[in-house]
Design a binder for this molecule. Sequence first.
Ligand SMILES: CC(C)(COP(=O)(O)OP(=O)(O)OC[C@H]1O[C@@H](n2cnc3c(N)ncnc32)[C@H](O)[C@@H]1OP(=O)(O)O)[C@@H](O)C(=O)NCCC(=O)NCCS
Length: 146
Amino acid sequence: MISPIPTRAHLRDLSEFARIQTASFPPHLAYKRWMLFVFWCFPGVTFAVTRDGEKVTGGIISDTHHGMIRIMNIAVHPDYRRHGIGRALMRSVLDARPHDSAVLMVQEENTAAQALYRELGFEQSGYLGAYYGPGRGGIEMTLRRG
Ligand SMILES: CC(C)(COP(=O)(O)OP(=O)(O)OC[C@H]1O[C@@H](n2cnc3c(N)ncnc32)[C@H](O)[C@@H]1OP(=O)(O)O)[C@@H](O)C(=O)NCCC(=O)NCCS
């Protein structure tokens, strides 16, 4: 059954989420399993996934720094997109700390993710021309609350 309710990632979920990373990002941006393991271990990092039965359908990694939520990574399996999973993953992080503002970086050409963030109230708050590498700009988006 497809569950849009994110729950804490288990160690056994990391390989599947690494495959979703590979399917979702160019090679230099996709987190490998060992990188996901570091996030998974790190105190203060929240790592949640959604599932369809036992299959991982998406995941989100975030933390909080000086009262600001930082979304570090979100990805949904290509076969499961446009079913509200990305929104549910974002909401689970934002709703857990309803008074905190949130910030993230997104590739300037990634209009799908930007549409999701705008729908949730994020606005562009900065731009870094080479954030993702030479000629690969990153847009900073912020949700201001509180
Ligand atoms: C961005 C991403 C996480 C969205 O996940 P998703 O589960 O497909 O998103 P949802 O179904 O929850 O979409 C919620 C809303 O976001 C917007 N949206 C999502 N994908 C969109 C797209 N391809 N084009 C336009 N709007 C889009 C829409 O407003 C959508 O609402 P609607 O379906 O009712 O119109 C997914 O496309 C993904 O994994 N992309 C690759 C990885 C990535 O880019 N991560 C973000 C890096 S910053």
